[in-house]
Write a protein of this length. Structure first.
Length: 156
């Protein structure tokens, strides 16, 4: 019962903060509500047992991308009275595109045969990913680290 309440709490946090991201007129408030949305998604990942995805969500999206977005938004000077165009001329094509995409998504979801399988045995995800990175995938791992090192040296 308490697991369900925690799930509903994270789901409610994610959905409400997502609505606030979309409908907020202040871009800084939208950025901070995106923070809560991403924390809610990380919580849902943790509840599903995908602890690596939850930690990656927090480190990459909240720790890196969101901080960069908020930094850029706060450093750019937007005039106080600035509002983007207010007409309805852009809403008709956007609405038509949204209806077409929704119809396509509905057709794909209802037309797909979703096979239900028994869940496999639970494995510790972080230790398994670490073991695979350091054994079978060591060459791509080291190559990516070398590319990132060259990028950091080039940026300095």
């Amino acid at each position: 019962m308490s697991g369900d309440l925690v799930f509903y709490g994270f789901a409610l946090l994610t959905v409400l903060a997502g609505f606030f991201v979309v409908f907020s007129r202040n871009i800084v408030h939208a950025g901070f509500s995106l923070l809560f949305t991403l924390f809610g998604v990380a919580g849902l990942f943790a509840l599903l047992g995908a602890d690596f995805l939850a930690v990656t969500q927090v480190i990459v999206y909240i720790g890196g991308v969101l901080v960069l977005i908020l930094f850029v938004v706060m450093m750019t000077r937007i005039p106080r009275g600035y509002l983007p165009r207010r007409g309805f001329d852009h809403m008709v094509p956007a609405g038509a595109l949204a209806i077409v995409l929704f119809a396509l998504l509905y057709k794909v979801v209802t037309g797909t045969g979703w096979a239900v399988r028994e869940p496999g045995p639970a494995h510790p995800t972080i230790s398994e990913i670490g073991a695979r990175l350091m054994t079978t995938h060591i060459f791509p791992f080291e190559f990516v680290s070398l590319v990132l090192l060259v990028a950091m040296i080039g940026a300095a």
